[in-house]
Design a protein. Structure first.
Length: 471
């Protein structure tokens, strides 16, 4: 017998066996209890702790640490002192990731700034589209984090800890609120440019159910792998397999009481629906030419702009948390060319997303967050055969928020004359997380999960809601 015949016979045997198992009748009492267990699946929508201002989140994560000095922090003193060694007192307080010079020199900003909107928010010439929507933003200039290398800083921004394997913010939010959509995952990840160094660690569900994990959508004809039946199988064959696996998982659930068996069942059921719903949701070709032009989207090419438009389409369809990762903003060298290129790729789409959400009545209940894992230093970093760049800065960097209960048209926090440290309103990542959860109607101290003998939460043992951010 040839290998091909052996393979076909084995496949036929497995198909027949699964079909037979699916056809086995369950006892009425057992069937009822199993159906009841399945109906209480943890990803189902739940009520918040209190009245919410936002129902969903879009996180525009700028991977690598964008320089606030070239975008939002106009520091005339820094331009005046360009090329001068930094003072010893200030240097003694600073932390660097790569700079090893004993007395690094200050690096002035090469771009022009202007104030825009009724709020008079400072924005550089690299962000002409963002300048038009500043009255819809709350700009924080004094964000702080604990981790200066990229890997732990990425994880810290998303999970509130430097430890890998803990639930991400998107997973915690879906754990607290469940999903509004029965046909799409509650947490979807879209990526463009450089991929996160920590890979899936920034969208993992950790010790929470796998039902809350971020689902990455891929570019191309198959956004999620293995949704379509394999060659030689039809939809009916796939349905038989899903039914059989579902029954086996439910029977196993009776023995082990393990909720992950329900998570697996839901994954199979969701995957079956996604075969149709995902293709429709990501089809930006259905958008008008005016909408495509406003974002700067070519429907045939993957891009950050296309992902911003997809984010709007996904929140329209009930996705709770949409996570856009875009890089690379890691400009230790070639700062001038590098940051200009990244702004060119992202500025128009970010502004279009805010405008589009507002026009469609979605912005009031959609919280949009923009920022990286940290910012950039006021001192320059020398690079061989390359333009100067900036090192990592964790004591003060810039993020902005819009929609979802945010008091917009304001700038929060002020840094010293060189932009190295806050002089007012420092806001830690834990505070940001606490505020995000609060806007979604979740008390960050009550949103906990017991694991390994203790109650864990997104904000660990810290975090305060920032009242200045609330409308």
């Amino acid at each position: 017998m040839t290998f091909q015949n052996q393979f076909q016979n084995r496949r036929a045997f497995v198909r027949q066996g699964l079909a037979g198992l699916a056809a086995l009748p369950l006892g009425s009492n057992l069937a009822a209890s199993l159906m009841a267990a399945e109906s209480t699946f943890p990803a189902s929508a739940r009520q918040p702790h209190f009245s919410a201002r936002a129902k969903r989140v879009i996180f525009l994560f700028m991977l690598g640490g964008p320089s606030q000095f070239e975008m939002f922090e106009d520091k005339p003193k820094l331009r005046e002192c360009d090329g001068q060694p930094i003072g010893e007192e200030l240097l003694s307080k600073m932390k660097f990731a790569q700079i090893t010079e004993q007395r690094p020199s200050l690096l002035g900003t090469h771009v022009k700034f202007e104030r825009h909107g009724e709020s008079g928010t400072e924005v550089s010439e690299l962000l002409p589209y963002t300048a038009r929507i500043v009255d819809n933003l709350a700009v924080i200039k004094t964000m702080q984090t604990d981790e200066i290398p990229h890997h732990p800083a990425e994880v810290f921004m998303h999970s509130g800890t430097r430890m890998f394997g803990r639930p991400s913010m998107g997973a915690w939010i879906n754990y607290g609120l469940g999903s509004e959509s029965s046909d799409l995952p509650g947490y979807i990840v879209l990526q463009s440019g450089m991929r996160p160094r920590t890979k899936g660690s920034i969208y993992t569900s950790g010790f929470l159910s796998a039902a809350f994990q971020g689902v990455p959508l891929r570019d191309g004809a198959e956004p999620i792998l293995n949704l379509s039946p394999p060659t030689g199988c039809c939809a009916g064959d796939q349905r038989e397999v899903i039914d059989a696996v579902r029954q086996m998982n439910l029977l196993r659930r009776q023995v082990t009481k393990d909720p992950e068996t329900l998570a697996r069942n839901n994954s199979y059921r969701l995957a079956e629906r996604l075969g149709e719903t995902a293709a429709e949701a990501i089809n930006v070709g259905r958008e008008t030419s005016a909408t495509l032009a406003s974002y700067g989207v070519d429907p045939q090419k993957p891009s950050f702009a296309k992902n911003c438009l997809l984010a709007r389409r996904l929140v329209e369809r009930g996705v709770r948390f949409v996570h856009l990762c875009h890089g690379d903003w890691d400009h230790h060298s070639n700062l001038r060319r590098g940051i200009a290129n990244q702004c060119l790729q992202t500025d128009q789409a970010c502004a279009a997303l805010i405008t589009d959400l507002k026009q469609r009545g979605l912005l009031e209940e959609t919280l949009v967050i923009w920022g990286g894992e940290f910012g950039r230093t006021a001192v320059g970093q020398k690079a061989t055969n390359a333009d100067v760049g900036r090192d990592h800065q964790i004591a003060a960097f810039t993020m902005w928020l819009a929609g979802g209960g945010i008091r917009t048209g304001q700038t929060i926090g002020q840094t010293d004359e060189l932009g190295c440290f806050p002089v007012s309103s420092p806001i830690h990542v834990h505070d940001l997380h606490a505020t995000i959860l609060h806007l979604l109607g979740l008390d960050h101290k009550r949103l906990t999960h017991r694991f390994q003998g203790r109650d864990f939460r997104l904000t660990d043992v810290a975090g305060q809601v920032v009242p200045e951010l609330l409308a």
